[in-house]
Design a protein. Structure first.
Length: 209
């Protein structure tokens, strides 16, 4: 698959490394694709990963992953151009001023992303897992669960397969509206990791028979 990962930070880099190692064609969409930092990053990752400006990066991409800070989400989406009918994975969390959720209960970042990316098939995913675990690392010998949600079943299946390939236990949690529950869950994981000193090697897992 051709995957455009928007953002060259922790999440973007982690996904680019892991998916490209599995043979996917990954392009990192960046505000500065020709900067020394990005050139070094691309060379370090290898596996044919390339970098491009935002609008160029999504050309021909089967899946587009939004991995930018919440404060930059709207402007980044606008810079991508027309996203109608495109599969957009929203990995962001709507944090403002540190670890405070800007939206919750009656709306969510995922739903807001769908409004900004007019006509796109938005799938909320990967917002709960620490970027350092995007290589599919198992914890207590178990795969970490990745709940995903979205309104388009076919897109969810494509995204679920891509995430499962990374080594995760993917769970279809329902419609995009479920983002209202997935985003606060990220906050819990971060608080457990940082404030309770559990470290970054913690993951969410749904146990079932
Ligand atoms: N870190 C985690 O463990 C984790 C886990 C799950 C979800 N998330 C969510 O995923 C998103 C990305 O997280 P991250 O940790 O990868 O962030 P990050 O390390 O800060 O990287 C974000 C990237 O977004 C791009 N960007 C575009 N506009 C920007 C702006 N105005 N300011 C800063 N960067 C901008 C930058 O790439 P270019 O300079 O190349 O444009 C930057 O490298 C966030 O919404 C976060 O809440 C993070």
């Amino acid at each position: 698959m051709r995957i455009a990962v928007i953002g060259s930070g922790s999440v973007g880099t982690g996904l680019a490394k892991s998916w490209s190692a599995l043979g996917h064609s990954v392009v990192i969409g960046s505000r500065s694709p020709e900067s020394e930092r990005i050139i070094d990053l691309i060379s370090e990752i290898g596996n044919g990963v390339t970098a491009a400006g935002l609008s160029e990066s999504v050309v021909g991409a089967d899946v587009i992953v939004l991995a930018v800070p919440w404060s930059a989400a709207e402007i980044s989406i606008a810079a991508l151009g027309d996203l109608a009918d495109r599969i957009v994975v929203d990995a962001t969390n709507p944090f403002v001023k540190g670890l405070n959720l800007e939206i919750g209960h009656t709306d969510s970042g995922g739903e807001q992303v769908a409004k900004w990316a007019t006509g796109a098939k938005v799938v909320k995913a990967l917002n709960i897992v620490d970027a350092r675990l995007l290589n599919g690392r198992k914890l207590e010998s178990r795969e970490i669960s990745i709940p995903i949600c979205g309104d388009d079943s076919e897109s969810k299946e494509i995204v679920a397969d891509l995430i499962a390939e990374l080594g995760f236990d993917v769970i279809d949690a329902g419609k995009l509206e479920i983002s209202r529950l997935l985003e606060p869950l990220c906050l819990l994981m971060i608080k457990l990791s940082m404030k309770k000193s559990l470290g970054n090697a913690i993951g969410f897992r749904v146990l079932r028979d």
